[in-house]
Ligand binder design. Structure first.
Ligand SMILES: Cc1cc2nc3c(=O)[nH]c(=O)nc-3n(C[C@H](O)[C@H](O)[C@H](O)COP(=O)(O)OP(=O)(O)OC[C@H]3O[C@@H](n4cnc5c(N)ncnc54)[C@H](O)[C@@H]3O)c2cc1C
Length: 726
């Protein structure tokens, strides 16, 4: 599954069944059509023989997993049974069901040889449409101007996506001209900004309806190019231009290498531009600027704590560098590439409270006036560094919207370059002496998540990061290391964030509080008891890292009918009224404890609709709804038979940690421990070397971003040096 700062499932169902004999109706073959769904367009591919529907494939990957995604299988069965688009649909997933029906009708029309009809006309003028984007605090509104049955202009007049970073601006800048140029909503979402892109497309679709048109007729397919571009003669090719990729790029360029960078998203920066900042020990710059020139941390303490945490000295040389290079690397990039930091100690260490100055914070743009809820806007710092690096060699360059897929090998199985595809379909072969893998881990790859971590996790980080770098490394014989280090999670929230207006912001806050409170009975999805177990070794309860130790990284907070009646009459408890959804707050205000919540039933009903709340009358019904063992659940609940409300609380991950095995030069290692000389892995593609299976990543604050600086500098310098030696 590709892309999105968010939280969706690629759900592709293929079911074949013998067609029910009927009159010859179709030209045999497969036909595809799309229609606007809840999140993105849904796509239906129908395979017909002369008399009926033989197979249906639904792609509802843009729909909310637990609603549209879960309905997909039922919809396929209904279509095959009905042999037409005249199906009931799935209740609770009406928008997805209707979109599937419309797309299926269009695909069947194609199969009947009926030409794509004239578009229903739209009136000239400016019309408004709203849709959900990525924004947690409100919907997106577009003003669309039509002239002569064509879209003349699109202006987004309201959105809250920008509160979480610069992705929306990227989608707005790239996508809107493409919709207008192609007069089609079938243009691809901008990689890395899928939710914002879908928001724009769906808001335009709504405006088309307002103007009297039918948006389903605006999905004209866009053909891809089949050109090929060959780029040769690079010393270093960097795959992934997030933090670690850019920092590698800069260090290699600084050593005189010619460097090409490949970035899949519409903009550079990846997760690294969402952070507060890196850990840095006794950086000269930080000491001089903020600590009167004095050391501010005992490096040996940090090193020893780290070794103790991972429980092994196997990678002691690397961990030594992770600690001791963290300050010098930061200084290197400050001095040579203009990075700036706001200060230290704005956030304390999660594990060792006295390490107050461990973590420093990037300076945001506009003199720090434009912080978003995830940290300062700092893409400009990474762009500035790239500009400096590009000037170091006239051949240096990089390209966004270019997705790397595989390594290129010569006849002796040596790595000589990288294959990639541009968003318009153009194929690229980029040749270089060394390759640095910097694709940010595998959070966006459901299969790898399930294989290594047992379950998919809701994403708060970039899901373009789908394990491509790790797969590329493995294709060259590279080994992996600590792939089962738990995903990076500091935040929990309800299972499906409700981004539309079905609840007010204050009502959403109450629903979140019901999921996040620590003073209520909690159960796992296996029916066993759960509590804040403090297994993570952290000191801060609010960060709820412990959810990582619950099966499937989630649990249910359980309320009886009596509890709910109590909230309706007497309000939230003190614990519920102080529940904190941190970065994933949706902007509402919680009532004070003890203030009656008269609309609790409405909140729970909408929660049920979005699969955040499961209501069950009695233990057997609850066990069935959770798909767990009734006897286990009954024992957990002491056999108390009543109506239960189970509110799902899930973790939201920044990214994954385990990656390729590397040595202290960031060279990827084979299973036998020998290095692959011209292949390097950095950032989350190799962060397992600092961590350990079954535990959270070393949680002392800023360590992940610090690794991008340390590993980036080492890999860039080593790759450049290798070229020089050759
Ligand atoms: C919201 C948030 C807050 C965080 N806060 C902190 C913090 O304060 N301190 C801290 O230490 N850590 C923090 N982290 C974690 C930290 O940001 C990451 O560990 C670090 O940025 C990872 O850097 P990276 O270069 O490995 O990945 P990224 O910066 O994500 O870069 C990977 C890049 O590879 C690109 N890519 C992926 N696949 C391909 C492909 N096939 N072809 C081409 N390009 C590809 C992606 O688009 C992306 O640009 C935070 C993370 C998030 C999401």
């Amino acid at each position: 599954m590709k892309d999105k700062l968010c939280l969706f499932l690629a759900m592709v169902m293929v079911v074949s069944l013998c067609a029910v004999p009927a009159l010859a109706a179709y030209v045999p073959g497969s036909y595809t059509a799309q229609a606007a769904g809840y999140g993105d367009a849904v796509s239906v591919t129908v395979t017909v023989d002369e008399t009926g529907i033989a197979a249906v494939v639904l792609d509802v990957s843009g729909e909310t997993e637990a609603i549209g995604g879960a309905a997909a299988e039922a919809l396929v069965q209904q279509i095959l049974a009905a042999q037409s688009a005249e199906i009931d649909g799935v209740s609770g997933a009406t928008v997805t069901s209707n979109a599937v029906k419309r797309a299926l009708k269009e695909a069947l029309n194609q199969a009947k040889g009926i030409e794509e009809g004239e578009k229903q006309p739209v009136s000239d003028g400016t019309y408004t449409g709203s849709a959900v984007g990525f924004g947690l605090r409100g919907m997106m509104k577009a003003e669309v101007t039509f002239k002569d049955n064509a879209i003349a202009d699109i202006v987004i007049v309201e959105e809250t996506d920008s509160l979480t970073g610069e992705w929306f601006a990227n989608a707005e800048e790239l996508l809107i001209p493409r919709i207008i140029e192609n007069q089609s909503l079938a243009v691809d979402a901008i990689t890395g900004a899928t939710s914002s892109s879908n928001g724009i497309k769906n808001a335009v679709a709504a405006a088309i309806h307002e103007a009297g048109g039918d948006s389903n007729q605006w999905y004209t397919q866009i053909s891809k190019r089949d050109d090929k571009v060959v780029l040769e003669g690079y010393d270093v090719v960097v795959v992934g231009m997030g933090g670690s990729g850019i920092l590698s790029y800069c260090a290699a360029a600084d050593q005189g290498a010619s460097v090409f960078g490949i970035e899949a998203a519409g903009k550079i920066g990846g997760n690294s531009v969402c952070t507060y900042g890196p850990m840095a020990l006794n950086s000269q710059y930080l000491k001089d600027t903020f600590n009167e020139g004095e050391d501010y941390i005992n490096a040996d303490d940090v090193y020893n704590t780290w070794i103790e945490y991972v429980g092994s000295e196997d990678k002691e040389d690397i961990i030594y560098k992770a600690v001791n290079n963290s300050g010098t690397s930061l200084d290197y990039y400050v001095e040579n590439f203009g990075f700036e930091f706001e200060g230290m100690g704005l956030l304390g260490s999660f594990v060792v409270p006295e390490w107050t100055k461990l973590w420093c914070v990037f300076t945001g743009d506009d003199n720090n006036t434009s912080w978003n809820i995830l940290g300062p806007n700092k893409t400009y710092q990474f762009l500035r560094a790239l500009d400096i690096a590009k000037e170091m060699n006239e051949k240096n360059d990089y390209l966004t919207e270019l997705t790397a897929s595989t390594l290129i090998f010569d006849e002796e199985e040596n790595i000589i370059g990288v294959n990639a595809e541009y968003y318009d379909g153009t194929q690229y072969e980029i040749y270089g002496e060394s390759v640095i893998l910097a694709t940010g881990g595998f959070l966006g790859n459901d299969q790898m998540m399930t294989e290594y971590l047992g379950s998919v996790v809701n994403a708060m980080g970039v899901t373009v990061n789908d394990g491509t770098g790790i797969q590329m490394g493995k294709s060259a014989g590279g080994a992996t290391y600590m792939m089962k280090t738990l995903p990076m999670v500091h935040i929990s929230q309800v299972r499906n964030l409700i981004r539309n207006d079905d609840l007010t912001a204050d009502q959403k806050a109450i629903l979140s509080a019901l999921a996040l409170t620590m003073d209520q009975r909690m159960i796992t999805n296996q029916g066993t008891s759960w509590g804040n177990q403090n297994q993570s070794g952290t000191t801060d309860e609010a960060i709820t890292v412990d959810i990582l130790f619950a099966p499937d990284y989630m649990y249910y907070v359980l309320y009886t009918q009596e509890d709910i009646d109590g909230i309706r009459a007497n309000g939230l408890s003190a614990g519920q009224a102080s529940a904190n959804s941190m970065f994933l707050s949706q902007g509402g205000t919680l009532p004070e404890a003890g203030v009656a919540v008269a609309d609790i039933d409405e909140i729970l009903a909408v929660g049920q609709q979005y699969n955040n709340v499961i209501k069950a009358d009695g233990i057997a019904a609850l066990a069935q709804a959770l798909n767990c063992d009734e006897a286990v659940l009954s024992a957990t609940l002491d056999g108390v038979e009543t109506s239960y409300y189970a509110v799902a609380c899930t973790s939201y991950a920044y990214g994954t940690v385990g990656g390729l095995d590397v040595d202290a030069n960031m060279n990827v290692l084979r299973e036998d421990g020998t290095p692959i000389p011209n292949l390097f892995a950095v950032g989350q593609d190799s962060e397992g070397v600092c961590n350990v299976d079954g535990k959270a990543y070393t949680p002392w604050g800023g360590q992940a971003q610090s690794w991008t600086f340390v590993s980036g500098q080492i890999a860039g310098e080593q790759a450049a040096q290798l070229t020089r030696e050759e």
